[in-house]
Design a protein around this ligand. Structure first.
Ligand code: SF4
Length: 980
């Protein structure tokens, strides 16, 4: 049965059940899966032991919820904890979770593999040989904490705060660690966002002041995806099930993907454009809506900042909506279907068909792009901006079946302590060249350190493996090997990875069922809060035991970060003289360190509307409620919040600018929801923005400078990018004209649906399903190159090459290549206990000056362990690590690494082996300089002497004073090539 048929049957079954006056599963999932154990029996749930068959032997379980950590979707899991052994038998879906509604993808249940992984790191380790030599000793947690606390304290006291950096891949939490850094007064947050989603974020942020979309797939008429969202997108499983629900309700699914992804196979219309041409297509569709006057005039009149646009670009015209419409009709007139067809290689007829579908969707157009084209191309942020233009034209913004700004479908509760803003600016992560970047220029760190912009004294990575995940991994190895650049590198990780080999400390952290975190994501038009918890700790507590520290129930000495950070914070300011200690101090027991129970109990009691009452109705404390059910729905069907009228009492001494932006002297009403969004500047008199005047009323509007949707970005125009201040098409670095006759575009970003970037190689079920990453090559290209499936091909990038197997297919656009980034894990030779066996090749690394080579010397093979399955490994291929051969490509506006590669491909030469890698890091540096030269630095383009527009989202915002550019010295070292 197809997924669509299944979804239709579920919908029909639900309708029939409801018609009988009965309810489906009575929890927030509101779906019917017969296998859900009723929550009333979660203390003692009996199932037959399958291994005892044909005997009918019962096993009894405590069912304990937690949150999956195997992608960003934060689906609910239910751990089946055996009451006899107090071990987790399996993980299934949590029907009480409003986002995932009891469902999971393959990676959720595979959490069990990670927990029982025989190679996982169980004790803190300290390097004893040279860095990267692979020699380790076990070290007590106390020694680790004292050493790190002393180093960090010294750096803070000596005002070297920028030498402390926390670099996170998948955060898996909403702000805990950012607040720890803020408590230290350290602007040291670094993330993976610029190799992930900065471009799409920039597109949405510039429109709405909110950096992500929240499409209402289930109620849409047309779902337009620029991604392989059904199998691997952002908020994958929660969105995928709602996309199928939408389809079952009659929605048309349009998928833009150059590759025939599993998602594309489910589309009503699959469009495979030339990579980088997507924005041209969306502008052609927009032009069609404009020319045929099928846009929502009233919505555009009310909510676009067209007055500002007219005043800036057409001061000669009367400032009327009619003038604007006349200009609008000309703006995209060149974006005909024929033009878009020439750019995209998709016929004008198909483009017209998509345009008609979009036009017919009205306010029920759900659109989404996240990584995909936005993250692949120079100017990819305009893919998101031009896609959202379609919603903005149709008025499909926060409507039933439309696309919401994410902040309205998300809830980040106020914590027990809110530290101050750091008072310094970290130029290693927020360099002056990228004043508009969405998040830190994380992947340029080795280049910045090499240029002498600074050094790191203590560098933490967490859920992050930059040597493997980032482009240009050999430059990362060069950086980590140099102790002058990185004084102490601490890898917080449950498993070995390519970067941890170069650490000074490797500290074992818990998997998704071994730690606490809070989550909330925009899965639909609702706000919910999910609670990740260590399930064995929660189970023991439910049985009446008192557990003080999560290490007591985790394997070995595996800890959780939250307790680790609190303890480290406590130790680095033992006498309180730095003013840091209060942020890690208990409110209930002054003078003692805050514990996780108090931390979460405070949040659930004070910051989550409705939760205390809901818990009390069951005779539970809010913390006990969350420990029992793992999630809570705060609100649903929020609708278009921008239309909400601002109460008169919030308008004290109001003032209004000429565009209708209304300011007030009233303080901001307190809100427990501290979800990040744009923070527009006050007016000259210091009044805060309160809303916008619209047809006589003051409405909430959007958190942008204008309070409206910013079709015209005064921010872009003011910071040196006037020519792209409107949604526009920027030709990609892999545009056919740039590629020339002998190079092809390599799409390197696609995920394998059952894998996680760097954290699933230790999940045996997932490894068995998918374990390699051949190069997708169209039949015609294969014929031209004389290549068949399985042949070795050499893919040459700007800085080196890799050797991989070909997979010849009709499922990709001719002239384009694709290779998944999820494979090619490797390790250096090391004794057992200090390496991972599964899904990693053993490699030899060689360096000759700037020239590096990597060759696979051994691959995966069966091995004896505590898990008998490891002796049954039958595959030998682990794929190829292509990212090592990619140079950095920072987009000059968003800061996004533009992943697509211009490559030459040929049959491998004799002597070249599968998995071979060769790279010249001197070439990496040249490419870095070339891309840096495209930027427009704040030092030359800032309109107000600041480093960055204050209103733009920035994690861990420093104080306003820290935003000021230094008056004397340029933060850009001479000779870096930074110029317009
Ligand atoms: S989509 Fe899959 S991996 Fe992601 S959180 Fe949900 S179950 Fe886990």
């Amino acid at each position: 049965m197809s997924l669509e048929d299944l979804a239709k049957r579920v919908s029909a079954a639900r309708a029939a059940t409801e018609a009988r006056g009965e309810t489906f599963y009575p929890g927030p999932s509101r779906v019917h899966l017969a296998a859900f154990p009723p929550k009333e029996r979660w203390d003692d749930w009996a199932e037959l032991d399958s291994r005892a068959w044909p005997q009918r032997v019962e096993r009894r379980y405590l069912l304990v919820p937690t949150t999956c950590f195997n992608c960003e979707s934060a689906c609910g899991l239910l751990a089946y904890v055996d009451r006899a052994t107090l071990e987790v038998q399996k993980f299934e879906g949590n029907p009480e979770h409003p986002g995932s509604r009891g469902r999971n993808c393959a990676k959720g249940p595979a959490t069990l593999n990670q927990v029982t992984d025989p190679d996982r790191i169980l004790f803190p380790l300290r390097r004893v040989g040279r860095r990267g030599e692979g020699k380790w000793e076990q070290v007590p947690w106390d020694e680790v904490l004292d050493d790190l606390a002393a180093r960090i304290r010294k750096a803070i006291v000596e005002r070297r705060q920028s030498e402390i950096m926390y670099h996170v891949g998948r955060p898996g939490e909403d702000g805990f660690t950012e607040r720890i850094l803020a408590a230290w007064g350290v602007d040291g947050h670094n993330s993976h966002t610029n190799i992930c989603s900065s471009a799409a974020r920039a597109g949405y942020e510039l429109w709405c002041g909110i950096d992500r979309p929240s499409p209402d797939h289930a109620r849409a008429k047309v779902i337009l995806l620029v991604s392989s969202h059904l199998e691997a997108g952002h908020y994958f499983n929660p969105h995928a099930q709602r996309i199928m629900e939408g389809k079952a309700n009659g929605a048309k699914l349009v998928v833009f993907d150059t590759r025939l992804s599993n998602t594309a196979t489910h589309a009503d219309l699959w469009v495979a454009p030339i990579p980088g041409s997507e924005a041209a297509i969306f502008l052609a569709i927009a032009n069609h809506l404009i020319q045929t006057r099928r846009y929502d005039r009233e919505f555009v009149r009310r909510w676009w900042n067209w007055r500002e646009f007219l005043e800036a670009e057409h001061p000669e015209l009367a400032p009327t909506f009619e003038s604007f419409e006349a200009v609008l009709a000309t703006l995209y007139a060149d974006y005909t279907f024929d033009f878009a067809a020439a750019e995209s290689g998709v016929t004008a007829r198909v483009l017209a068909q998509v345009a008609e579908l979009v036009a017919g969707a009205g306010t029920r157009l759900a659109t989404h792009t996240w990584r995909s084209a936005a993250s692949g191309n120079l100017g990819g942020w305009q893919v998101a901006r031009t896609l959202f233009l379609l919603n903005a034209l149709l008025g499909a913004v926060a409507t039933e079946g439309g696309t919401y700004p994410n902040a309205w479908n998300k809830f980040v509760p106020k914590p027990i302590h809110l530290p101050r803003h750091p008072e310094h600016w970290n130029e290693l992560t927020w360099p002056a060249e990228f004043p508009l970047s969405m998040y830190e220029l994380s992947f340029l760190l080795p280049h910045f350190l090499r240029q002498g912009r600074g050094r790191l004294d203590v560098y933490f990575t967490r859920v992050y493996n930059p040597v493997w995940t980032n482009p240009d991994g050999f430059s990362w190895i060069e950086m980590l090997r140099d102790e002058k650049l990185v004084g102490c590198y601490v890898a917080l990780t449950p498993t070995w990875n390519e970067t941890a080999y170069f650490a000074d400390y490797v500290l074992p952290m818990g998997h998704g069922s071994e730690r606490h975190d809070l989550h909330s994501y925009e899965t639909h038009d609702a706000q919910w809060l999910g609670f990740r918890q260590p399930v064995l700790r929660a189970a023991r507590e439910r049985l009446g035991e008192k557990v003080g520290d999560t290490r007591a129930t985790n394997p070995g000495e595996v800890w959780e970060e939250n307790e680790f950070w609190l303890e480290l914070t406590w130790r680095l300011d033992p006498d309180g003289s730095l003013g840091i200690r209060p942020f890690a101090e208990s409110k209930q027991r002054p003078g003692e360190r805050l514990g996780v129970d108090e931390y979460y109990a405070w949040i659930f009691e004070h910051s989550v509307p409705g939760l205390p009452e809901r818990a009390a109705a069951e005779g539970l404390t809010p913390l006990a409620f969350m420990r029992r059910y793992g999630a809570f729905e705060i609100s649903r069907d929020l609708g278009p919040l921008y239309e909400r009228e601002v109460p008169a009492e919030e308008l004290i001494d109001p003032a209004e600018d000429r565009y209708g932006r209304v300011y007030t002297q009233a303080p901001k009403p307190p809100s427990p929801n501290i979800v990040p969004m744009g923070s527009p500047d006050p007016d000259a008199a210091g009044r805060r923005p309160a809303g916008v005047r619209q047809d006589g009323k003051v409405l909430q509007g959007f958190p942008t400078p204008s309070g409206r949707l910013e079709f015209y970005s005064s921010t872009l125009a003011g910071w040196g990018w006037r020519e792209v201040a409107l949604p526009a098409y920027i030709r990609s670095h892999v545009h056919p004209e740039s590629l020339g006759p002998d190079r092809m575009c390599l799409i390197s970003t696609f995920r394998l649906p059952v894998h996680i970037h760097t954290r699933s190689a230790n999940a045996k079920w997932l490894d068995e399903i998918a374990h390699t990453n051949p190069l997708w090559l169209h039949t015609r290209d294969a014929e031209r190159l004389g290549v068949s499936t399985g042949d070795l091909v050499r893919v040459e990038t700007e800085i080196g090459h890799f050797v991989v197997k070909a997979w010849v297919t009709e499922g990709i656009r001719p002239g384009v290549l694709a290779c998944s980034h999820h494979m090619g894990r490797w390790k250096l030779a090391a004794p057992d206990g200090q390496r991972q066996h599964q899904q990693t090749a053993t490699v030899g690394l060689a360096q000759n000056g700037s020239r590096w080579t990597l060759r696979q010397e051994g691959s995966v093979e069966p091995f004896a362990s505590s898990d008998p399955d490891t002796a049954r490994l039958w595959w030998t291929d682990v794929g190829v690590h292509q990212n090592l051969t990619f140079p950095v490509h920072p987009d000059p506006v968003s800061g996004m690494h533009c992943w697509h590669q211009a490559v030459r491909v040929a049959k491998a030469a004799p002597g070249e082996h599968y998995g071979d890698i060769a790279v010249d890091t001197a070439a990496s540096r040249r490419v870095f300089e070339e891309w840096l030269a495209r930027t427009r630095p704040a030092t030359r383009h800032s309109p107000d002497g600041t480093r960055r527009p204050y209103w733009l989202i920035r994690p861990l915002k420093p104080s306003r004073e820290a935003y000021l550019l230094p008056r004397t010295a340029s933060p850009i070292p001479a000779g870096t090539g930074a110029a317009e």
